[in-house]
Write a protein that binds this ligand. Structure first.
Ligand code: FRU
Length: 441
């Protein structure tokens, strides 16, 4: 049964296929590109390939033809795209075309491949702004003879003037770091982990340098997604704040934190080539039930793009701050509601269907120090026993008012509190669009 009322309007969802992780988020000449894990032949996981969508405002997405397609010998797992400004790879055109886009992705070899059941890192490039892609004949370019070596995220490390890759040895719960001058040959730098949460396999790492607001300093953030053991059950995403000296990432003593406390935010990674700001997007689902989410004809969508930096918490420790990109036009298309809740008070927002039958409630309980999202009275919450119906996140014990921002768009609810220091993303499956907002105080 088709579910048009669940279709997001400002979140990226494919027209009629499966989507999981964002891959190769990149800004080129004013156009945001989002590649994503897709099954070009269906709405279930499989035949993994890179879908492609473009946007100029991060709200309205135009689906493009599949960029990297699976073959009999390999499926295309997650990875990243960089703008190779200096044409270090040599993939660029000598003509008038701009710098090449280079995709670094995981080749997951199928049973009929001579490399059967191993995963290694491969390259493709585009010189027409991402419209067409050429696979590198020397693939794979990085092979550890491992069955679970995947999800390369590559960035230009200014200080050492080299490309740095973070990828995972998923089963070992390790992030492996590599360096390259041209992306064609890679030198091992160091290994991070196991650390923090190790309950699930480690996937989709990212390493970014972010400013610490108000300090003039910066710090490095290592993001690691976990296949299980997330804060709301099932998969989730943790991050470590620390330092990266060009070789080794060293986490601060504070340990791991959750990037999002909801059940439905996974594989979040940053955009390449957005000078002066850092944007991330994640997959709004959970491996515990992603395959059963009753949307049709598509299954899976990404989170809003979030501008991220660090801010000092009450203990003067840097924590991630995520603020969604929400131009004024968003308000005309989806529910965007703000609220401020004084110390000691409780604030509650209810967003319902027009007939009042289905609703979600978001509560800021300052006395208990909790943010709560209740989706127990919101349509089909029984499609999976793994789906938690009430989700909570701890709030810092601050003195002043706590601000709340709630975005409801089809099947996705994103909640941001304390200026984006506490985030909570959850899927909802109401029987009609959630449009009626009540502030219950
Ligand atoms: C994370 C993940 C990645 C892998 C991809 C396959 O959600 O499992 O580790 O590359 O999905 O679709």
């Amino acid at each position: 049964m088709s579910t048009p009322h669940l279709r997001p309007r400002i979140h990226l969802a494919p027209a009629s296929t499966w989507l999981n992780d964002p891959n190769g988020l990149v800004l080129l000449d004013g156009v945001y590109h989002a590649f994503f894990q897709t099954n070009p032949e269906g709405d279930g996981w499989g035949n993994m390939s890179w879908g492609h969508a473009t946007s100029t405002d991060l709200l309205t997405w135009q689906e493009q033809p599949v960029a990297l397609r699976h073959t009999e010998h390999e499926v295309i797992y997650s990875g990243s795209v960089v703008v190779d400004h200096a044409n270090t790879s040599g993939f660029g055109d000598s003509g008038a075309a701009g710098p090449p886009l280079v995709a670094v992705y995981t080749s997951a070899y199928t049973d009929v491949s001579p490399r059967a059941r191993t995963q290694a890192q491969s390259l493709a490039h585009s010189t027409d702004g991402g419209a067409s892609w050429t696979l590198h004949p020397g693939n794979p370019v990085l092979d550890r003879a491992s069955s679970d070596f995947r999800d390369p995220k590559v960035f230009w490390h200014r200080q050492s003037e080299s490309w740095v890759m973070v990828a995972v040895e998923a089963v070992h719960r390790q992030v492996v770091l590599y360096r390259s001058a041209d992306m064609l040959s890679w030198e091992h730098l160091s290994t991070f982990g196991p650390a923090g949460s190790t309950e699930g396999v480690w996937e989709c790492p990212d390493l970014v340098e972010l400013p610490v607001a108000g300090t003039g300093r910066s710090a490095w953030v290592l993001v690691v997604s976990l296949g299980a053991g997330g804060p709301a059950g099932g998969s989730g995403t943790q991050y470590f704040v620390g330092d990266f000296d060009g070789v080794t990432f060293t986490a601060d003593a504070a340990g791991a934190r959750w990037l999002d406390h909801g059940p439905d935010h996974y594989a979040a990674v940053s955009f390449d080539n957005t000078p002066g700001r850092r944007l991330m997007m994640g997959w709004a689902s959970n491996w515990a039930y992603a395959a059963e989410v009753p949307t049709s004809p598509w299954r899976g969508c990404l989170s809003l793009a979030r501008e991220v930096d660090l801010v000092l918490d009450e203990a003067a420790l840097p924590v991630l701050r995520q603020r969604p990109v929400l131009p004024a036009a968003a308000v005309e298309r989806v529910v965007v509601q703000r609220l401020a809740v004084a110390a000691g008070a409780t604030g509650r927002l209810r967003v319902s269907t027009a007939d009042g039958e289905d609703r979600v409630e978001v509560t800021v309980d300052r006395a208990a120090g909790l943010l709560l999202l209740d989706r127990s009275a919101c349509g089909d919450v029984t499609f999976s026993p793994a789906l938690p119906t009430v989700v909570t996140a701890p709030l810092p014990a601050a003195d002043g008012p706590v601000d709340l921002l709630v975005v409801v768009d089809g099947c996705v609810v994103e909640v941001y509190a304390v200026d984006g220091r506490v985030c909570l993303t959850a899927l909802v499956l109401p029987s009609a669009r959630l449009t009626v907002v009540e502030v219950l105080g």
